[in-house]
Design a protein around this ligand. Structure first.
Ligand SMILES: [Zn+2]
Length: 337
């Protein structure tokens, strides 16, 4: 019998990590980058160390659809005979099997999201998702445009049936987003266009919108948008290097970027009902070369620990911890109360 979706009441009062990954990136592994993998059992051990009760989790990559020969260049090109028939097809299924079939002892601690590619093989992706969701429950959809080198804006045209599917099933969408130029796939401008066109969907914008005040205020003003703090320690570190130098300080939250806990307190004080705490496990470290657009590559050298992300949550008052580390995630996933 198919496992059932657990409704909001079953998750309320729990400490919830709103953003994590399980699975493997063959591209990262092939290139000797870090991190490249995570398991449900590994995430559970992290939950135990951090006092976390439940975790939103989605696949780590769509690499099984792509041609390994391109990995050395950091290029994702569909394979002639892919190991996964559609982007994220094999990865979404393995995630569900890992949670519900291989680790049934742990399944009530995880809220799986399925991943989609905004542009490639849209009808076949939909077919695969419909089949998968006959057998397993999903709590939302993750979109990482830069992760699969596919533009978010495609969801406004060729990928629109994926949004229809999300609307039909009342599945919220968590987006990897950037508010900086130089990464062409996940632009906030494109993703907020989707928000405007689809008022019935709920959205979460990852990585604190890189602390960009105007975008955060726009998220605050939209009743169907939340913002997560995934990989806060390294996001703060890398933005701290640029704000006041290559980036105008006036555009960003006015806060001490030498301490990610101070940034967490400021974000949550300003937007207490919108911020969702998430660790990004295992991507709270990011040591890789990433393709950011046609001919654009960027080398990341960012190191953090799960405990850094736990420290961010624990830096808040108990009341804010309950909202940001639980209730806000449930508002996003099930609809605001
Ligand atoms: Zn992530």
């Amino acid at each position: 019998m198919a496992p059932e979706k657990m409704m909001r009441a079953a998750w309320s009062g729990k400490v919830i990590d709103g953003h994590s990954h399980a699975g493997v990136s063959l591209k990262a592994y092939a290139l000797g980058e870090y991190p490249y993998a995570q398991t449900i059992e590994g995430l559970h051990e992290q939950q135990r160390t951090g006092g976390v009760d439940a975790t939103v989790v989605f696949p780590f990559s769509a690499d099984l659809y792509f041609d390994p020969a391109g990995f050395a260049e950091g290029q994702l090109t569909p394979a002639a005979a892919p190991l996964s028939p559609v982007p994220y097809g094999a990865e979404n299924r393995l995630l569900m099997r890992e949670i519900f079939d291989y680790c049934p002892e742990l399944s009530s601690r995880f809220l799986p999201f399925v991943s989609i590619d905004p542009a490639r093989e849209v009808p076949a992706q939909l077919q695969a998702l419909k089949e998968l969701l006959k057998a397993y429950p999903a709590y939302g959809i993750k979109v990482n445009p830069v992760g699969c080198q596919s533009r978010a804006g495609a969801l406004l045209d060729i990928g629109a049936p994926l949004l229809d599917f999300a609307e039909e099933r009342d599945l919220p969408l968590l987006f990897h987003v950037t508010t900086l130029p130089g990464e062409e796939y996940s632009q906030a401008t494109d993703i907020f266009k989707i928000v405007e066109r689809r008022p019935r969907l709920r959205f979460c914008m990852a990585h604190g919108l890189l602390f960009h005040r105007a975008w955060l205020d726009r998220a605050e003003a939209a009743p169907n948008v939340w913002v997560d703090t995934a990989a806060l320690k390294i996001q703060v570190e890398s933005m701290g290097h640029e704000i006041g130098r290559t980036l105008s300080a006036g555009d960003f939250l006015d806060v001490d970027y030498t301490d990610h806990r101070a940034v967490m307190r400021s974000l949550c004080a300003r937007y207490p009902r919108k911020i969702i705490w998430g660790t990004d496990s295992p991507a709270y470290s990011w040591i890789c070369r990433r393709k950011q657009g046609e001919g654009i590559y960027y080398d990341f050298r960012l190191k953090g620990f799960y405990s850094d992300e736990i420290a961010a949550l624990k830096a808040l008052t108990p009341e804010l911890q309950a909202r940001v580390g639980g209730a806000n995630a449930l508002d996003f996933i099930f609809g605001p109360q």
